[in-house]
Design a binder for this molecule. Structure first.
Ligand SMILES: *[C@@H]1O[C@H](CO)[C@@H](O)[C@H](O)[C@H]1NC(C)=O
Ligand SMILES: *[C@@H]1O[C@H](CO)[C@@H](O)[C@H](O)[C@H]1NC(C)=O
Length: 498
């Protein structure tokens, strides 16, 4: 027998190992995010032929105090805000039981480059071109397969040791980089809440979760086609926003209803605003607004529009000071750009004038300012758009993160509840137009209220608590075979059986 020959036998072992590895890699690429086979036509799926194995049912005792962990990182304000708003909704829901909670970030102390997630985000969000390149590169199936393998291999040991997995009874992930590994290391009920609105990255779609909450039809379809998430796991819930926005919206009623007009008048008085005002919000960092502020002020003065401009500067102390003293923005540091670019006359400030600028540092009541002001100029962040829609304040979007936020702009434009432009003169003109035309504002506001939805958090809480009381985990393990069957059916152009 040739197995008795040690060299041949070793070669053979080597050969088999290599083949297995190759197969494993192929299976991994195939498994992790699917091939780019076209999705099925959007006809309702036929009743499933194979019964889905019932999830484990093991109701908890009523005296148990469950521990809920939210997986989140401070990359942008949205993830943390979503975690907090979900915490509030879970607390307030009628099915709720007293629970403990914490926010967990799995990346500090991790392998390079994952441990520098927050710094990388801050850098990339200031360099949209690099962001765009990385976003689209990492959104492809081969890169995702590689990245998933890499993150797992280099981090899973450390992450597995974290104590939170044993302490948790319910895990809620609101961050795209914290779906895959946590779903591998923990078998507890796992809920993914996608905190994007019109488009999102494919890293969200890890399919081993109990349920996945999506904000819009677009994301629902994407999760089906790109992520192959089964329909019974997908919940179209809307984007959870901070509960104060829902409460404020309820007190106001419609923005242009009788009650709304009265309520807004009181709000204006409370905040010390006079007449109509434009609100500028640039997130916690307060960057990228200055040119637009001066442009809008100049245009409104030229056309004799009476208004105020409220600017939320956040951490940007320099901006706050410059706006308070009406000093011009510092010249751009990049010399080449300065030479190549034509000087922007329109953003030079003018002292005095009839339009007053009110710079604010941090505010803890953005909902009140959104009620009191008439137009909101901001970036296309999902949370801001959803919150603005819930209060019906017309939007003027000036920028978006390529890829991730481009779908948000479409949602606003399709609903006709705002407009988008990056050019300073155009933004100035559109905002001035809006401030002059109350009818247009009212129309846009009503369009916004149509898509506004403050009940998403409540819906998510309902599903999570129901699962909890029924002891449903909804996690499926060892179901690879079903996966391959589904893949096989898809490749042959059949409906999948979920
Ligand atoms: C969730 O809400 C409760 C009650 O308001 C609060 O005590 C707790 O600190 C919150 N959890 C987190 C992680 O903020
Ligand atoms: C949006 O802006 C475009 C020009 O960029 C303009 O033609 C259009 O009328 C604007 N829409 C609204 C609703 O103001």
């Amino acid at each position: 027998m040739h197995f008795s020959n040690p060299i041949r036998s070793r070669r053979m072992t080597y050969d088999i190992t290599l083949r297995t590895l190759l197969l494993a890699i192929l299976a991994c690429i195939f498994k992790v995010h699917g091939l780019s086979v076209p999705g099925p036509p959007s006809t309702p799926s036929p009743p499933s032929q194979t019964p889905i194995t019932p999830p484990t049912l093991n109701p908890p005792s009523p005296t148990k105090v469950p521990h809920i962990i939210f997986l989140s990182a401070d990359t942008g304000g949205g993830h943390r805000a979503s975690a907090l708003s979900l915490n509030a909704s879970l607390t307030a829901h009628h099915l709720s039981t007293p629970f403990t909670s914490e926010i967990v970030n799995i990346w500090p102390g991790g392998a390079w480059p994952y441990r520098d997630l927050v710094e990388a985000y801050v850098h990339l969000s200031r360099h949209p071109r690099q962001w765009k390149f990385l976003y689209h590169l990492s959104n492809t199936t081969p890169y995702l397969a590689w990245m998933n393998a890499d993150t797992v291999l280099r981090n899973i040991k450390r992450i597995r040791k974290m104590s939170c997995w044993t302490e948790a009874d319910i895990i809620v992930s609101v961050h795209p980089t914290m779906t895959n590994i946590p779903q591998i290391v923990s078998r507890k009920p796992f809920y993914t809440v996608i905190t994007d609105l019109g488009s999102c990255h494919a890293t969200w779609f890890s399919r081993r979760c109990s349920r996945m909450f999506v904000a819009s039809d677009k994301l629902y379809n994407k999760a089906r086609k790109r992520g192959w998430v089964r329909t019974e796991k997908l919940v179209r819930s809307g984007l959870p926003i901070r509960p104060v926005f829902g409460e404020e919206g309820e007190r106001m009623g419609g923005r242009y209803s009788e009650q709304g007009v009265k309520y807004r008048k009181e709000k204006k008085e409370k905040l010390g605003l006079e007449g109509d005002s434009v609100l500028f919000m640039g997130g916690g960092e307060g960057v990228g607004m200055e040119e637009y502020v001066w442009g809008v002020k100049r245009q409104m003065e030229a056309e004799g529009v009476k208004s105020q401009i409220v600017v939320v500067c956040g951490r940007n102390k320099d901006l706050h000071e410059r706006l308070s003293n009406s000093t011009p923005p510092p010249p751009k540091r990049n010399i080449l750009k300065r030479i190549l670019r034509r000087p922007k006359v329109e953003c030079e400030p003018e002292k005095g004038g009839s339009v007053e600028i009110i710079p604010l540092e941090f505010i803890d009541n953005p909902q009140e300012y959104m009620v009191a002001c008439d137009v909101l100029v901001t970036k296309a962040g999902p949370g801001t758009i959803a919150e603005a829609a819930s209060l019906g304040i017309p939007l003027m979007l000036t920028s978006f993160l390529p890829g991730q936020e481009s779908g948000n702009v479409d949602i606003v434009l399709e609903a006709s509840f705002g407009n988008f432009s990056t050019s300073v003169p155009e933004v100035s003109e559109l905002v001035t137009n809006l401030m002059r035309d109350g009818g247009l504002r009212a129309e846009m506001s009503r369009n916004g209220e149509k898509i506004g939805d403050a009940k998403a958090g409540e819906r998510i809480a309902e599903v999570i608590w129901e699962d909890y009381w029924k002891g449903r985990t909804g996690r499926d393990f060892g179901k690879r075979r079903r996966w391959f069957r589904e893949a096989w059916r898809r490749m042959r152009g059949l409906e999948d059986d979920s």
